[in-house]
Design a protein around this ligand. Structure first.
Ligand code: GAR
Length: 195
């Protein structure tokens, strides 16, 4: 199976996914695609020998359809079987999502269905939650919705800041996302829990 990974930032989840796709793993990375030519994930992918492409979203203000049409060019050329959103921070239109229905995954830094959208860690702390975490789910037309494929939990500690909580959740993301990707590549979609 060929996996295209979409990033916007440093790409640490992309690295975890790409490093997991070796040996008897049923999938391999075929493309790392960014909406920002300066995304750190592009250089990290290149260093790993993975093909990369960038489609800057900024020339398309207010025109998501035109941005997505440009995004589709390198994406379709890579012929992916699965698409993994890994810190990809653009909202995708229902038309784009529908094209890859059941074949697109996302990782979100909250215990969905709680805290869709942004500032998830600060919102979990402000709500007085005892725990936080991350979720890998199938992407559907509704933002941060779609069937849950796996979750990892961490306790929220006294004095936690959003930054400290994020730093504790990120290593769990790096364990959860490769685990779920491997399961999905093997046809297994029953949700998993970590730890
Ligand atoms: C990760 O924490 C991921 O869960 C989050 O962005 C970060 C990307 O880090 N994704 C979202 O917030 C999606 N709405 P990375 O570039 O180092 O993988």
């Amino acid at each position: 199976m060929r996996v295209a990974i979409l990033v916007s930032g440093s790409g640490s989840n992309m690295v975890a996914l790409a490093q997991s796709m070796t040996g008897d793993h049923p999938a391999r990375p075929c493309l790392v695609l960014a909406n920002d030519p300066d995304a750190g994930g592009l250089a990290r992918a290149q260093a790993m020998g993975i093909p990369t492409a960038a489609v800057d979203h900024r020339p398309y203000p207010g025109d998501r359809a035109a941005f997505e049409a440009a995004l589709l060019e390198p994406l379709l050329a890579a012929k992916p079987d699965l698409i993994a959103l890994a810190g990809f921070m653009r909202v995708l239109t229902p038309d784009f999502v529908r094209r890859f229905e059941g074949r697109m995954l996302n990782i979100h830094p909250s215990l969905l269905p709680k805290y869709k959208g942004l500032n998830t860690h600060a919102r979990a702390i402000a709500a007085g939650d005892q725990e936080a975490g991350c979720t890998v789910h199938e992407v559907t037309a509704a933002l941060d919705d779609g069937p849950i494929l796996g979750q990892a939990r961490v306790p929220i500690l006294p004095g936690d800041t959003a930054e400290r909580l994020a730093a504790r959740i990120l290593p769990m993301e790096h364990r959860l996302y490769p685990l779920v990707l491997r399961r999905v590549a093997m046809g297994e979609r029953a949700p998993v829990s970590l730890p």
